[in-house]
Design a binder for this molecule. Sequence first.
Ligand SMILES: [Ca+2]
Ligand SMILES: [Ca+2]
Length: 530
Amino acid sequence: MLAAWTLPCLSGDQPQWAQAWSRNMVSDEKGLADSFDPKTGRNIKWVARLGTQTHSTPIVAGGRVYIGTNNGEPRDPKHQGDRGVFMCFDEKTGELLWQLVVPKRDEDAYMDWPDTGISSPATVEGDRVYLTDNRGEVVCLDAKGVANGNDGPFRDEAAHMTSPSTPGSSPKRVVGAETHPEPLRPAADGVLLKPGPLDADILWVFDLPSGAGIWPHDGAHSSILIHGDYLYLNTATGVDNTHKRVRTPDAPSLVVIDKRTGQLVARDEEHIAPDIFHSTWSSPSLGEVNGRTLIFFCGGNGVVYAFEPLTNPSPGLRLPSPSLAGRGNGEGSVSILKKIWQFDFDPAAPKTDVHKYNSNRREGPSNLYGMPVFHRNRVYVAGGGDIWWGKNEAWLKCIDATKTGDIGTNALVWSYPLEKHVMSTVAIDRGLLFIADFGRKLHCLDAETGRPYWTHEIQGDVWASPLVADGKVYLGTRSGDFYVFAESKEKKLLSRVELHDPISATATSANGVLYVATMKRLYAVENRRK
Ligand SMILES: [Ca+2]
Ligand SMILES: [Ca+2]
């Protein structure tokens, strides 16, 4: 029975976003397609309907494909209206197996932006699926759903999926409104939706606003890193609805949660929050530097940090147990992450009163969206002015990860100016580095020196990261174009597929299949000529 419970992660699975845990956007998959055509079905294994906005990257594990989306095309008639949705498909057929449907935060639209759905990619280990949802809750789900029963300790799925808002009502979008994040209210009429076989089975929930004291802004985007028994994640804490005020100056930016219990066990104490220009959307990475394991993390203040990971407690040692109820962060009962170094990504930028540069496209602080990629004792970080509210300037920087303390220019190996704003994470393979920016350029550099080999003008803004797999570079853009380049020092465009709907997701490859998600569709692409 126990063996039947375990869903093994096959060697060709992709159970987390990018490589575990360097976050390098590369994959060892072989025999992938270099083009496909949804019109004729060429190289298409299956197509699944999503909602109408999909900003999450597909994750593949244990025979299932997971992706976050919205409820723009309801798959279950009982769930109507704007919701965060997280879908689980059968890897072979694309059949929808179950979905997590989460009501929106309706106290303030700026805490959970309308129609954006669940943007976070999942992280899967065995039969457990870890995810940050649109409400800023970290949830642990059963990969088998409720088909095998509603497992606990969490069994209140009915209340969790029932929205208190009346259908068709939209949350307040009032700049300056005095709101604060609130727990999910019970429905006014007291009637709860009834969980069915298509609904997710939640095992535990940790609410970041009430449990860790964060201020949700726009929507969480966290790719959870697992190290031993601990989940490391960025909290997506940010500014309020004015975009010029941080109301939770003591909020953590990086937290650690026990994967077994869903309890908060550690946090950073770097006082990052007051200087967060927008939000905290960059997920942590991990690497071994001269025999020492480090967690790398990009703060919303434009500073890159290295922390020592928590060591697993020996059996019998009691973990601190912060209160999950009420406000505050369980002060006194939560460990503080030990910092090894910090690197100011943009030393020339203003350091005080940063929010006065809101909407200034020429001058202001940097922030960081892409993940810090660890590769051969170096950390590669792309960042710069905020896409929506900040300066245009952006760079890719290569940092020496072997230093300690407040590491400045002496830790900077090289810096490469990007065209304009950047959300991508780098892909590094065979000495080549790929990244795309908002200047609508794909860049191929020498990873060692930062010297450019080539750039290519692409259609549309890039929210995704390039994926390098099988000697190819895959990249989708917000104009709905999907590009395939050769992984080569010489520029060679292999194909460009027009998918018409914008693409935010990074392509994923697993078990010989390439997954490409647009706003509305998930394509499983398979090379039929092999
Ligand atoms: Ca179950
Ligand atoms: Ca449950």
